[in-house]
Each structure stands twice: as structure tokens, then as C-alpha cells.
Write a protein that binds this ligand. Structure first.
Ligand SMILES: [Zn+2]
Length: 367
């Protein structure tokens, strides 16, 4: 890979499958209608500005209807200690509008646009760090996700985003065995660690960090040497693209400015900047959110012309990593984190900082 900066975009496409345990059966018809209407506009912007993106999609969403949903259900379902986390239990006890759960036609539209990768957000919006579920149940879920994507779209899913960013490091070998070569990991800041155990402080700091430089530097230089064949590449997220809210006044501008500045720094120093969000985040105030997205993409275009910054989806990284001539074991190094542009620092086993995910998840499953 050359020394140009990289702009990575990943979206968690889930509709209500990603919110069922938070808002249960509460209707939000216009919100989801807007979400579905917005996606072609997002795709249009991506095409106009040459953006390659990974759409980490819930497998259940790829089903046409309930009958097909049942067809692809895995034999082993996740047996969470708290059943509220089970998409199956929720679905069977709620009569939710099906058009906000199943959207294979939207997946067709996404994959028809050049540079768009269909990734996985598991089959059932699976919570990998919640107690009760096992590695075997996780594996069955991944297999179901891969099966429906292959049967319906002829695509092999290789990039994975863990729902609720619950990256369970004990499950990474399972991911690799099921053919996943890249996963999104979390920023290294403390308020992005152990996302299975949310606290008021973490949420507050995460929100504040979208406005002010509270966390550490979130762009990085991926070191592709450590492509250990037994584990997927972990590609850290840099920033969640928080949606516009009319009641927040100047804070909307600060939020956007922070992203612009971070992108600029990444482009200038040849680093990677990974922006992510959910399509449904544009469900409220869609016009303003699309305008904000276009402002970001226009800035990318400027950075592309000025610093040769490149757009990449998650799969692109793996493809380019495979072209790297030299490799060392992943356990030795993971990413080069630069505390200052002048002094790049390579992490070693001795001084390694978390690259995101759960260094010590509460639930290892039965591996
Ligand atoms: Zn999700």
C-alpha cells in the first residue's frame, strides 16, 4: 500500500433489527420510511464522489418475508441469559411492520453501485459479549448470514461488524474459520472499551468526544505485516458520524468540523480515517443529514486532489494487505499509532495499547 491517506466508510444496515431490544414494539414508521428513501440518495452521493463503502448488513434483513426468514434460521439459536437480546424471541412476540424488517430489494440497490461491499452485521444482530450464548451458536449465526447472502445475492461475506460493537476477541478464530477476513474494531479510548458494559460516563464521553478533542488521536497507519492467517484483520473505527439535530444549534457545526479536521490530518500524514454510522441515523431530518454527508464527501474530494487520499471499503484493506511483501505474526504488532506526525510509534507486545474490542469479555462462550 502506498503512503496516501485512506478514507474508510462502513455502515451498519439493520433497520429495526438493530433497535428491537431498546425500543421493542414502538412504531417509528416515518423514521424507517425515511431511512429506506435515503439509501438511494446516499448511494448517489457515494457514486458522485467515488466512495467505496462496506454495508455491514443484518442477515435477517436480506429475507423477503417471514417464510424465507424461517428458512434461513440457524439450527442453533443464541440462548442469551436475558432473552430480551434475542431477535427471534422479539420477532415472535411482536407484530412489527415487515417492510421495516425485510429489505432485500435495498440490498440489490446497494450492491449494484460500484465500490459497495456487502458485509455482515451477523444474521440476527448477535450480541457476542452477552452471557448465555456460546461460540457454537455464534458460528451458526455467521453461517446463516453467509448462506442467505450467497443464495440470494451470490456474494461471499468477508467483512464483519459486531453488533453494538461487542467485539469478543475469543470469537475471532470462529470468524476466520467462517471466512471473515476483516472486522471493525473500536477506537482505543477507554470510553469505547467493553461496549457490552455501558455506563453513563462512557456515553457522555463518547458524545462529548464528537465535539471536542477528548479522546486520543483516532487516525492510524495500518500495519499490514501482521496478517496472521488465523485471525481477521482488525480495522479500528475512528469516528461515529452522529446525526444532525436541530435543537443542538452550533454543536451540529462543531461535530462536522471535528470530522473535517480529523480527515485532513489523516490525509496530510498518510493515515487511515474510518467513519461509520447507521443508515437509520438519517431517519430524522434526512435533508440536513444528507447535506452534512455531502459536505464530508466534498472535503474528501478536496483531500483526494490535494493529498491523494483514497477511498477504501473494508475488503479493499484485506486485498491490499495480501499484496504486502513482508509479514510478521499479528501478535507482534497490530497498528502503528502516531502520537505525533514526526514520531510514529509502532506498538509492540510490551507497550501494546488496546486496538479496540473487549480485551476481557465477560462471556467467552464454550469454545
Ligand atoms: Zn447494529
Amino acid at each position: 500500500m502506498d503512503s496516501s491517506g485512506q478514507f474508510v466508510v462502513s455502515l451498519d444496515f439493520e433497520l429495526h433489527w438493530g433497535r428491537f431490544e431498546k425500543v421493542a414494539g414502538r412504531r417509528a414508521d416515518q423514521y424507517y420510511r425515511n431511512t429506506l428513501e435515503n439509501i438511494p440518495h446516499i448511494l448517489g452521493l457515494f457514486e458522485r464522489y467515488g466512495i467505496r463503502a462496506t454495508w455491514a448488513t443484518v442477515g435477517m434483513l436480506m429475507a423477503e418475508n417471514v417464510k424465507e426468514w424461517r428458512t434461513y434460521m440457524p439450527d442453533e439459536l443464541p440462548l442469551y441469559t436475558k432473552s430480551k437480546y434475542s431477535a427471534y424471541a422479539w420477532f415472535l412476540s411482536h407484530d412489527f411492520p415487515k417492510e421495516f424488517l425485510f429489505a432485500p430489494q435495498m440490498v440489490e440497490q446497494i450492491i449494484a453501485v460500484p465500490g459497495q461491499e456487502l458485509g455482515s452485521h451477523t444474521f440476527s444482530h448477535y450480541y457476542g459479549c452477552e452471557p448465555g450464548q456460546t461460540a457454537q451458536q455464534f458460528r451458526a449465526d455467521l453461517q446463516a448470514a453467509k448462506r442467505i447472502a450467497m443464495d440470494k445475492f451470490g456474494l461471499d461475506l468477508t467483512s464483519l461488524v459486531f453488533p453494538r460493537n461487542q467485539l469478543n476477541e475469543f470469537y475471532l478464530p470462529v470468524c476466520a474459520e467462517e471466512g471473515f477476513t476483516c472486522v471493525r474494531s473500536n477506537p482505543k479510548d477507554w470510553f469505547w472499551q467493553d461496549t457490552y458494559r455501558e455506563t453513563w460516563a462512557k456515553k457522555a464521553f463518547r458524545t462529548a468526544d464528537t465535539l471536542f478533542p477528548i479522546g486520543g488521536r483516532n487516525s492510524y497507519v495500518p500495519d499490514f505485516c501482521p496478517s496472521h492467517p488465523a485471525l481477521p484483520l482488525q480495522l479500528p473505527a475512528s469516528r461515529f458520524f452522529r446525526p444532525h439535530h436541530p435543537g443542538r444549534g452550533i454543536l451540529n457545526h462543531w461535530r462536522l468540523s471535528r470530522i473535517i479536521l480529523e480527515m485532513t490530518r489523516a490525509a496530510r500524514f498518510g493515515e487511515t480515517y474510518h467513519l461509520w454510522w447507521h443508515p437509520h441515523n438519517f431517519g430524522h431530518h434526512p435533508q440536513q443529514n444528507l447535506r452534512d454527508l455531502e459536505a464530508i464527501l466534498q472535503h474528501f474530494q478536496f483531500l483526494h486532489e490535494s493529498f491523494a487520499m483514497q477511498s477504501r471499503n473494508m475488503r479493499d484493506f484485506v486485498a491490499e494487505a495480501q499484496l504486502e511483501p513482508q509479514r510478521t505474526p499479528r501478535s507482534e504488532t497490530s497498528f502503528v499509532i502516531s502520537p505525533s506526525p514526526e514520531q510514529p510509534r509502532k506498538l509492540s507486545r510490551a507497550n501494546r495499547e488496546p486496538t479496540g474490542g473487549s480485551a476481557c469479555p465477560p462471556w467467552r462462550g464454550e469454545i
